[in-house]
Write a protein that binds this ligand. Sequence first.
Ligand SMILES: Cc1ncc(COP(=O)(O)O)c(C=O)c1O
Ligand SMILES: [Zn+2]
Length: 442
Amino acid sequence: MSAYLQCIEESCQKKISANAKTYVCPDCSGLLDVMYDFQIADPDKVKQAFQQRRLSNDPLDLSGVWRYRELLPFCADPAKVVTMQEGNTPIYEAPYCAEYTGLKRLHLKHQGLNPTGSFKDNGMTAGVTQARLMSSKIVACASTGNTSASMAAYAARAGMKAVIFIPDQQIAFGKLSQSLDYGALTLQLEGDFDEAMKMVKEITEESEVYLLNSINPFRLEGQKTIIIEMLAQRGWRIPDRVVVPGGNLGNSSSFGKAIKELHDLSFIDKMPMVTIIQAQRANPLYKTLIDRSARLIRVEAHTLATAIKIGNPVSWKKAMRAMEWTRGWCDVVSEQEIADAKAIIGRDGVGCEPASATTVAGIKKLIQTREIDKDEDVVAVLTGNLLKDPDYTVNYHQNNLYEKAAYKNELIERKDKIQSTYANAPVKVKARKEEILKVLGL
Ligand SMILES: Cc1ncc(COP(=O)(O)O)c(C=O)c1O
Ligand SMILES: [Zn+2]
């Protein structure tokens, strides 16, 4: 067999069939990796094939995930692949952000320009393809919004039923609207993401429903291509550092695996450091690192960056491994730092959702603490599109953003004001030419 599952626990390393319907090791409950007997004799030839496929109109070559299929060879039948031309996301130079952080140059890889507006599509094409390989009819996930939007779209494309578990009133409207439109059965659960995750795990273990959270190792195989595509776009010039937000820690885990495999297979001779940034009050990985704890230190998560409002991240051990392999680190940023960094990313004409802005905020902080050198070649990964959470952005620019806001259909409480340092509020003006010219200073 060329693809199989393997337990990541050093003391176990149990191997099981790639088509076993299990998301953790049956012996020790450890997380699983998809592993391969790679047959790559000449990495340069494979790199050339990646480049040549950019001229092809084959559906697999048009995908920014399956174009790199030699590095995720778990699907032998191209007809089974469920693709929406995901990936293919640009890398922008961001001079405004660079100056803000103190770096000489900074590049942003914008995963928010995927078909459903987040990096989840890179993983979901792989996850739903595996679901099809296993003849699954129903797929499910718990979500802070983006996973469900992506899964709902890919399930619709594959003719599968999608069931999503979301924390009631805690996901951004842009994301909720997507899953509704794509026809998913949307279950709004009382409680937070961590509770939704617990429920979906129990239900998928006991039924034939296939789980597509990032505990599913096939999702992470797709997300590896964020790193692979980024390196291919840079002509395989390796950055010093890749910075990524940390929530459930699937993305950082997949980055670590991609970098390790590329290095082991001699595609690259140096490993970029993976730096993970969490929100200050949704910081379980950071706490665990600082305390040198062998167990995850869970937290009750609070942040307006709802995509990373996660206190019990499933993939924390894989994220630890990613940092170990790449000499990476994790840090935290405040709500104020996230909000301001997001506005700065906007000023570069790029924009993103709040969780993605932890990257630029984190780089600024790490330059100040001299963890990052101003000459470093850094790529920040923006994970979601600006339009996912327009309320946050409009509130910021209208100087109306609070760390704690309580709703009972309408806003009933505001606490802990976030300063709108870079506000660009709309200007109210009468529909008269002379008034408008006055505002324009003409
Ligand atoms: C926009 C965005 N950024 C970051 C994350 C966190 O990614 P991960 O859970 O892989 O750490 C998510 C997860 O939902 C997300 O939607
Ligand atoms: Zn095990």
